[in-house]
Structure formats: structure tokens, C-alpha cells
Write a new protein. Structure first.
Length: 480
């Protein structure tokens, strides 16, 4: 029988007295936290540089690991006294490059072990702690039986962290995410193999898509709950497999919403976050908790609303715009909005004409019952405009911020609209503040909500998917 050598980590010696206080048979408890480990041991030979004690030293450097070759190699943690074990966290060396294979068992006396988790593979996507749910058991000893990895018989573990409850619980020592490596991460820490709702907080949004697949004669909308349960569609709303960005793709001749001639793949802010007891809107136009109002609105409207004033921030890239159709419509897509009951305090446009290298950015302000007022920020909105030398190219990442705030002038609250574009190099283009005091929104029967995505402004294009608008978002947040 192979002799087992014990290794005790001095840095954890202070945990032993607390763990020793846990009496045998008295470890049952509620809750869950990280459990302290008094010592660790491993059978057989291993590289002396990579001794067993490395797996409980709370560091995730590649050289701080236990490594041993062979199927069935065992490493055992001693918790010092029985604790209720509920999960085991393991961080694997090169865990972002390959899957490791293992089993987990536990024992009260260190002799008779009971299986807690059968043959299991790691995700093969990260070097940070992966937590594995195990059969709850009162145990002092936890054994990991290493079965090699998908490429070889080598077993290499950076850290092992038990979780459960008992008198041996300690403060969290970190999961390695501050220095972890990932195989499925793209830009801005986004994962490339999950639906958009796992990268972005979409609890306060629903999405409108440019088709009617359910055949009810109306454009399809996916409400907050379904959207946050991972809804996606590889045609119109999905995660980019390279960057992890949230992709909106619009068929310009697709199904449209009532009151619009243009199709969209676009999020609509839903402040109720799935609480359907809150109506989307009141028939009389007064706000609900699902929407927000300007600070210049009457006090009763502010009390009814879900928020007062607001900011929409986004980081994105426009990947494709339409090239065919009428000259006045080609290349236009709305990438952000504030929508009121009937009108739009702001529509933010990106436009790149077919023969241009760069695109322009401008916005429209629609006062109630009045014509649009246009503001050019980068380049020109004209159909005959020259190529904007300072414009934004397709696939270039930039950010925008749309902000509504209040400003007191002569004792009266004025709603102010501020818009800025932030280039990838940090330079900013800031529009002059626009005073919306005379825009007609200072009433009790109007309300606001943000929108973001790809709202095509071209409904006369080539058929099919050759001509489309596509926008990828990397960050999206609101504030009220």
C-alpha cells in the first residue's frame, strides 16, 4: 500500500483550533461558506516543485499547483473536524485549454470514503475556481481522485476549496478571477458561448424583432422573463462568437410595429422587470412604474412613475448598414432612443452612405406635435454629404451617452438633453445641451422609456439577408 505523506500549511494553522472545536456528529447546520483546510496529503510520487500543499495556499499562479501523472491519483483535504460539506471548488492548471477528469468522495475517519460526485469533467474554459455541487455529507476528509485530462494522464490542480457549514467556516479567500484566464471570453470580459442575458443585465428590457413567427399578425416581442431565461435567435439577436457582444440584426423589409414603417431588432426598457402586475402603460397616458418622466413633469406624474430623468450609456459597433434602396434611406439605422407616449425626445442615428468609408452620427429631437429638430455631431446627415474624414467606420467601437437632467432657471425646472459620443481613443464629441422646456413633455399624461439596438430606417432594399442593419453592443446600462 502506498504511504501517504501529510503536508500542513502554516498559514492556515490558526484555523485548526476553530475546526477542532467542532464535535463529531455535531456538524449539521444551515447556510454555506468556505471551509478551512488544516492539511492536505497525496499518495505516490509527484514533482517536488508542485507539492500537495500548493492547492491550499490561496494563490492561482501557474507554478503554485499540485501535479502528478497517472490515472487515479488521489489528493485528500483534512478539515480538522467534521463539517457539513455541500460543494467543492477546484481550479485547474491550464483549465482554459483542456478539460480535467476527476471524482470526489469524503470520509469521517479518513479510512472509509463515500462517493459524493462520480466521474466529472471540468468546463475546460477557465483557470478560476469551478464549484461542483456534491451530495451533502458530514465529513472531515475530502478526496479528489484525479483521472488525467483530455490530452494526457497529467493531473494539475491550482486550488481546492471546500464549501459547506460548520465551525470551520472562514472568510472567502478568492476564486482566482482577478488573474484567471478564459477560453470563452471576448471583449470587455464578455463570454462568447452564452446567450446575451448571461452577459448583460436584461431584467429591465424586452425585445422587438422584425418578424411574426407566431402568426398572430403582429410583430413578435419577447418579454422580460423569457428574454432573461436565455432567449436568442441566430437571425436577429444573439451573442457574437468572437467578441461576446450582443448582436442586433434587422431585416429592413421585415415585419414592423404598428405606427412605424421600419423594422427593428431593438430593446425596449421595461422598468417593471417582469412584474406583470404593473401595466406597460395607462390608457390615459399617465405614467406607471414601468416608465419614467422628466423632472419638469407635475409632482403627481413623478410619484406614479418608476423614475425621474435618466441616462442611457452604451458601448457598441455598427457592423453593417443597408446599401440599396432610395438614396434618402440607404445606410440609416437608429442605435438609441428616448421614446415618449407618442413622440421621441431623441433618436440617435448612425449613417454611412454606400460610397463612404466612414459614417456620421446625428440625432433628432421631436417635440410634441412639431417637426423634428436635427443636430449633427459627427459628419452630416445629408444624402449628398461628403465622406466624413472624422467619421466612424463600420466595426469601430465607440460609446454614447444620452442624458436627461434638470436645470433650474428663474425658479422653473427645465429638462435638459445632453448627448455625447466617446471614441475608442477617449476623445469626446459633445452636443450643446438642449433645453426641452417648450417641447411639451412637462405634463401629467406622458412618460418615457429608453430603446437600444438596430432600428432600420430603410424599408426599400434588396430582398433577403444581403442587405441588413447589424449593431453589436458591448456595454449597456441605464440610470435614474
Amino acid at each position: 500500500m502506498t504511504k501517504r505523506t501529510a503536508w500542513t500549511v502554516l498559514a492556515l494553522a490558526a484555523l485548526a483550533p476553530a475546526a477542532a472545536q467542532a464535535q463529531s456528529g455535531d456538524a449539521m447546520c444551515d447556510g454555506m461558506g468556505q471551509l478551512g483546510v488544516v492539511s492536505v496529503s497525496a499518495e505516490g510520487d509527484y514533482d517536488k516543485e508542485y507539492e500537495p500543499a500548493r492547492v491550499i495556499d490561496h494563490t492561482f499562479f501557474p507554478d503554485s499547483r499540485w501535479s502528478a501523472k497517472g490515472i487515479g491519483r488521489e489528493i485528500v483535504l483534512d478539515l480538522g473536524a467534521p463539517q457539513l460539506v455541500k460543494e467543492l471548488g477546484i481550479a485547474f492548471y491550464k483549465g482554459h485549454e483542456r478539460k480535467s477528469i476527476f471524482e470526489i468522495s469524503a470520509s469521517r475517519d479518513g479510512e472509509t470514503f463515500q462517493g459524493l460526485l462520480g466521474r466529472t469533467e471540468s468546463a475546460g474554459k477557465t483557470t478560476v475556481i469551478q464549484r461542483f455541487d456534491v451530495e451533502d455529507m458530514e465529513a472531515r476528509y475530502i478526496k479528489v481522485t484525479a483521472l488525467g485530462n483530455e490530452a494526457s494522464e497529467w493531473n494539475s490542480i491550482l486550488e481546492i476549496q471546500p464549501y459547506g457549514c460548520g465551525e470551520g467556516m472562514i472568510d472567502p479567500t478568492g476564486d482566482g478571477s482577478d488573474s484567471g484566464e478564459y477560453s470563452n471570453k471576448g471583449l470587455y470580459g464578455l463570454f462568447t458561448d452564452v446567450p446575451p442575458s448571461e452577459n448583460f443585465d436584461l431584467t429591465g428590457w424586452k425585445i422587438t424583432v422584425p418578424y411574426d413567427k407566431n402568426g398572430d399578425g403582429k410583430v413578435d416581442e419577447i418579454e422580460e422573463i423569457a428574454l432573461n431565461q436565455g432567449w436568442q435567435d441566430p437571425e436577429v439577436f444573439y451573442t457574437d462568437p468572437v467578441t461576446g457582444g450582443m448582436v442586433f440584426r434587422t431585416i429592413p423589409d421585415g415585419v414592423t410595429t404598428s405606427g412605424s414603417s421600419y423594422a427593428r431588432s431593438e430593446l425596449r426598457q421595461m422598468m417593471r422587470a417582469g412584474d406583470t402586475s404593473i401595466s406597460t402603460r395607462n390608457d390615459d397616458g399617465t405614467p406607471t412604474k414601468n416608465n419614467w418622466v422628466f423632472s419638469s413633469a407635475p409632482k403627481e406624474a413623478q410619484d406614479m412613475a418608476g423614475g425621474v430623468d435618466g441616462i442611457l450609456r452604451a458601448t457598441l459597433a455598427v457592423n453593417q448598414v443597408t446599401r440599396s434602396g432610395e438614396q434618402g434611406k440607404a445606410g440609416r439605422v437608429i442605435i438609441g432612443q428616448i421614446h415618449a407616449k407618442d413622440d421621441e425626445p431623441i433618436r440617435l442615428y448612425y449613417r454611412k452612405l454606400p460610397h463612404h468609408k466612414f459614417g456620421s452620427i446625428y440625432y433628432a429631437h421631436e417635440a410634441v406635435g412639431q417637426d423634428d429638430i436635427w443636430f449633427e455631431m459627427i459628419g452630416s446627415r445629408k444624402d449628398s454629404a461628403e465622406n466624413p474624414e472624422d467619421g466612424i467606420a463600420l466595426d469601430e467601437i465607440f460609446s454614447y451617452e444620452i442624458k436627461v437632467s434638470d436645470k433650474e432657471i428663474d425658479g422653473t425646472i427645465h429638462p435638459m438633453l445632453d448627448v455625447r459620443i466617446i471614441r475608442d481613443d477617449g476623445t469626446e464629441v459633445v452636443a450643446p445641451p438642449y433645453d426641452m422646456i417648450d417641447s411639451g413633455y412637462n405634463v401629467a399624461d406622458d412618460f418615457m422609456y429608453f430603446k437600444a439596438g438596430a432600428y432600420s430606417q430603410n424599408n426599400i432594399t434588396l430582398p433577403g439577408w444581403r442587405d441588413a442593419d447589424q449593431v453589436t453592443f458591448y456595454k449597456l446600462e441605464t440610470e435614474h
